[in-house]
Design a protein around this ligand. Sequence first.
Ligand code: HH2
Length: 258
Amino acid sequence: MGVVNVTPDSFSDGGVNERADDAIASARRLGAEGAALVDVGGESTRPGSEGVSADEELRRVLPVLEAVAGELPVSIDTSKAEVARQALAAGAVLVNDVTALRADPDLAGVVADAGCYLCLMHMLGEPRTMQDDPRYDDVVSEVAAFLEERLTFAVSAGIAEENVCLDPGIGFGKTTEHNVELIRRLDVLLALGRPVVIGFSRKRSLGRLAGDPEALTGPLGASVAAAVTAYERGATILRVHDVRETVDALAVAKAVAG
Ligand code: HH2
């Protein structure tokens, strides 16, 4: 899953794809580099971020979806029912909701009616405050319990279970240690029986693991390593900014795995 943030303020590619033409070119490039899916978002959820209105989100993402959804599979990174509805009408095949259907009571119905794919992600708190001292007794079992509950909720709202994938939400209310432990014990999340999505690409924990305690993003080599280690532990969808390098690395990991 390649990332295209049509935003001025995303933590790693903010501003790069703010203009629709640039975002469209990026989406096409990521597809050509081997992304099976391109995730288009119009609202940053980086630590400390404030939300944007549905109108503004639509203004950002719709021209991009309209241009590329007929050429390659596209997902919409949104928590808003109206944005999802219009994105699906423009051809998006998956709704990627970082709030796991908790923010907008109408989103579950939109997904159920469309019969599209859905990604449910774990987040502790909200983007504005989520990195203020996040605590868990056992991060892996708490994230698993949350995702299981949200999956049950989605199915009760009429969403087909086989259309749902689950994401522990790397960096969303988690310390570096929490993020690493979620990858290390990915088997606990896989036991929920749904494909697991991991989005570790460029996140600040990777910069910290690579030796910079003040890092705000993670370097390319660390992002690729995170994708490979998640793949080796059973992750199915890797949400990344650097598609070509990740695809190359995964080809080697796949060959070794046999
Ligand atoms: N991470 C981000 C946004 N959406 N969706 C899923 N399913 N999993 C993730 O890990 C995830 C996500 C944050 O990264 P990015 O889109 O690059 O930045 P921003 O939120 O600042 O736009």
